[in-house]
Each structure stands twice: as C-alpha cells, then as structure tokens.
Design a protein around this ligand. Sequence first.
Ligand SMILES: NC(=O)c1ccc[n+]([C@@H]2O[C@H](COP(=O)([O-])OP(=O)(O)OC[C@H]3O[C@@H](n4cnc5c(N)ncnc54)[C@H](OP(=O)(O)O)[C@@H]3O)[C@@H](O)[C@H]2O)c1
Length: 269
Amino acid sequence: MSKLAERYGPWAVVTGASAGIGAEFARRIAERGVNVVLIARRRKRLEELASTIEDMYRVEARVAPVDLASRDLIEVLQPVLADIEVGLLVNCAGYGSSGPFLDMDRSVQESMINVNCRASILLTHEIAQGMRERGRGGVIFVSSVNGFCASRGMANYNATKAYDLLFAEGLAEELRPYGVDVQALCPGSTLTEFHRVAGLDARQFGPLTRLIVATPTAVVATSLRALGRRVTVIPGVLNKLVVLTLRLMPRRVSTWLFGLMVDRVAKGN
Ligand SMILES: NC(=O)c1ccc[n+]([C@@H]2O[C@H](COP(=O)([O-])OP(=O)(O)OC[C@H]3O[C@@H](n4cnc5c(N)ncnc54)[C@H](OP(=O)(O)O)[C@@H]3O)[C@@H](O)[C@H]2O)c1
C-alpha cells in the first residue's frame, strides 16, 4: 500500500477532474493506489479518464457528472458517496472570467461563486465529518496566486480565490488536532483550459511565458509532496516571489500592479 493510501484511506474525491489540474490530481492519486470519484460536468471526459485510470493503476474509478453550481448538489452526490470511505478530497473545479464586472453576464458571476466557493465548502462539510471521526484525512482547496491580491478585470475571480485561501487556512487550524491535513494550493499561471475559459491569453507574457506558465504535472507533484507538511502551498519560485512582493506592498499599489498584468493577458486588450 502506498503512503498516500495508508495515510488517508481507500477513496479520494476530485472535483474538476475532466480537465487540467483536476485530471492530473486524479491520475496521480490513483497511481498511488487510491480509488477515485471523478466530478465535473463533461461525462464523456470523465468516463474516458476513469477507464484509463482503471486500466493503468488497477484501482476503482467512479464518475459523477454534475454541475457543481446546482442547488441540490449534496443530495445529488450523496448516493455516489454513501458506501465508500473518502479519505482525501480535492476541491479543484473552478473557472474565471475577465473584463469589467458590470459588463459581464450576471449568472456567470453568480455561478463562479457557487462553483469556486460554495461547492467546496458544502462538499467539505459533508465529507470531512467522517475524516474527523476516523482521525485521518486530507482536504485540498485549489486557490490561486490571484487569491493574494485584488484586481480590476478579475475582481470576482480573485475574490473567490481569496475566499478559498482564507477558508482553507482557517479550517486547517480547526482540523489539525483531529489528524486531518488541509491545504490551500495556490498555483500561478498553469497550462490548462483555464485561460481559454477566462478569456485570457498567457502567451502575452512574451518570452517570459515559458518561465511563468507551469504544467499541471509540476503543480500537482508539489501539492501532494507538501500535503500534511505545509498549509499554504505556492508552486514555483517565481510565484513565491510574486506573492511575497505583493504582500510587502501597500494594497492599493499591489492591486494597481496586478491590474496591469490582467490588462496584458486579457484578450481584446
Ligand atoms: N490554470 C491556471 O492558470 C490556474 C491558476 C491558478 C489556479 N487555478 C485553479 O485551478 C483549478 C482548476 O482549473 P484548471 O486550470 O485545471 O482549469 P480547466 O482546465 O479549465 O479545468 C476546470 C475544471 O473545473 C470543472 N468545472 C468548471 N465549472 C464546473 C461546474 N459548473 N461544475 C462542475 N465542474 C466544473 C471543469 O469541468 P467541466 O467543464 O467538465 O464541468 C474542469 O474539469 C480552478 O479552481 C482554477 O481557479 C488555475
């Protein structure tokens, strides 16, 4: 049995498993002998990943194609989770958008809060009860470097990621005495479908792009290595430097500077 399976238990739940960082989490967790529940909307993607995982890693993979913004989220997921011991929860699903807040679709902004924040706290409330009773477990919240700073052009997204970050840091303190490890994972720009969905173009970093944009493989490896050792995890030296610099500045200045970066990568600018 791998260390991960021994430490956390037989099953993991990964949201946002149909693409990007979530799909990579699912593969790397399954590789360590933990069965996985894959959650996202795109059923076909989830089924393909589940089949690959079962063939490659000889673990069980269940799919739960659901919209994490739905009102009855927990009621829908309860039957999928009822007969399994979930020791690891990765709250990874999320999306962003860019542009002036008042010009963007209101329902997309509302749904962003539901997917990026509400779904994660509801799932954690449902699943981490068992972890606390058993005295072992792990919960990862995928926040972002954006969670450390406000920004024009991404005001709502950055606020959702700040919520994830602060919630995870608070919960980590609460659950530590019960043997449950909580992590706030704060990636910087990562090569996934995120930028296309958010209307951003990371290539606008020019020659620095390759230096700045990470792969999901690197992000997930850092997260799993740090789980149980550190609460706030910022993959990459450059991202750590960015966060440190932002924290040292007056908030008005860091907000203005972050806005410059968003202006640069937002499509249409
Ligand atoms: N990529 C970056 O640069 C970056 C940087 C920092 C933080 N992050 C964070 O990393 C997390 C993962 O993003 P990613 O980069 O891997 O982007 P991605 O490739 O676009 O993946 C996003 C995942 O979230 C799922 N999702 C979105 N809306 C959903 C909904 N309503 N219901 C259920 N699932 C939903 C998507 O699945 P379906 O479309 O199939 O539903 C997909 O699996 C996000 O929380 C994001 O904020 C990303």
